[in-house]
Design a protein around this ligand. Sequence first.
Ligand SMILES: Cc1cc2nc3c(=O)[nH]c(=O)nc-3n(C[C@H](O)[C@H](O)[C@H](O)COP(=O)(O)OP(=O)(O)OC[C@H]3O[C@@H](n4cnc5c(N)ncnc54)[C@H](O)[C@@H]3O)c2cc1C
Length: 416
Amino acid sequence: MCSRNWEVKVVIVGGGTAGWWTAGCLEHNFPDWDITLIESKDIPIVGVGESTVPQIGNFLSNIGIEDSHWLANSNALKKYGNRKINWRKSGDDNFDWTFWYNYNKKFEGWAQKFRKGEVDLDSLNDFYDPNDWSGYAYHVDAFEMGRMVKDHCKNVKHVYATLTEKPEADLVFDCSGFAARFVEDKTKQHYPHTIIDRAFVGPHEPRDDLPMVTQSIGRDYGWQFIVKLKNRVGVGYVYSSRHVSDEDAYKEFEEMIDEGGFVPMGLPSEANSYNDKHMFFKWEPHALTNPWSGNVVAIGTTAGFIDPLEANALFHIQHGIETFVKCWKRGYGKKTYNKAVRISWNNTVDLMKHHYALSDRDDTEFWRYWDCCREECRQSVWDNYEKRHNLETNLYPSSIWATMAAYFDEWKRAPF
Ligand SMILES: Cc1cc2nc3c(=O)[nH]c(=O)nc-3n(C[C@H](O)[C@H](O)[C@H](O)COP(=O)(O)OP(=O)(O)OC[C@H]3O[C@@H](n4cnc5c(N)ncnc54)[C@H](O)[C@@H]3O)c2cc1C
């Protein structure tokens, strides 16, 4: 380990959420650094109406932006959990998941009672504490998330340019999105069973009648999300291209829009448009094996993107930059950083896999695909809960693994 007190010249490439969050966090932690952010006016940023986990509020608060301020000055809303719909064969047992941490091992006591039939599944949400910091998360607009941090930054130089060559700097933060423009080591980790790789998404007229939870609805070849903001509702269909063509997926998506009574608002000029109502995204699910290589650190979708289920992408931005700051301050280098980031992706990949494989749906090829690992996931879900619910190492509040285990696993295997 060594101390690193010299002034560092940093260039951040990209002005989406990843770029500005990186700028805000570096400025806050290293006030003497010379930081420039360069973004292209011609390459749009990604913004779909994002669902998040509670930690996002801590990240912004730590850099000096309190949620009382940004909630009042943006289209973001608080959300109080996630609602799973149509993830079971029976189709009639929706379940709301709240956010909580397993302080004082209270979940273990509940689990014993649940196994004896003394409490029902819904009572799991009694752990929810509206006064705890983790009691709620947010629905946000990624465009605003970046701009809000931009307005907060005092000393970050901001330049518009479309770069074709890596800029000169001691450290370059590549936040250029899916293009991963200046990553030095492009070696990718591909994970088995990450088959979600396409999405149609669009903004729809605002609705007062929707609950303040993220709705994730199991569909024929993936799942639909509904993310309510003040000024619009983000509705999307995220699917597996190996099981349905884009044309058929879009037809299915249009049916969802009609069925839900959503009214498309049309697209802002920056969007990745499929037509005048909806955007289209495709990606290769992966994470970089070495997100910090040479003098380039990849953050955001540059570093990886697997599946937006359970609101993980903005958290990976937070985790990526906070982990960099910790490593730098403690004198740790790339090896430690890359290992820590890989662990966070492993957590996400496992969570995604368990979500699909623990469902008992078998009505389409997409759902039957998960026969490959249903039994394995039933065996591993409780181990994962135990390994991954603690505050230090886990992305997701304890409640997410715990309720997934209780809801999907039907308590077939005694957990404790
Ligand atoms: C379907 C879908 C659903 C999602 N749902 C969620 C969700 O519910 N929750 C969540 O947390 N996240 C979600 N995300 C992810 C989230 O929207 C993105 O991770 C987030 O917006 C961050 O994007 P980014 O900053 O990494 O990249 P981008 O927003 O793509 O920004 C890239 C930036 O780099 C710039 N750039 C690119 N090339 C150059 C160049 N050569 N020179 C200069 N500048 C350049 C661009 O101009 C832009 O400013 C979802 C994503 C998708 C696709």
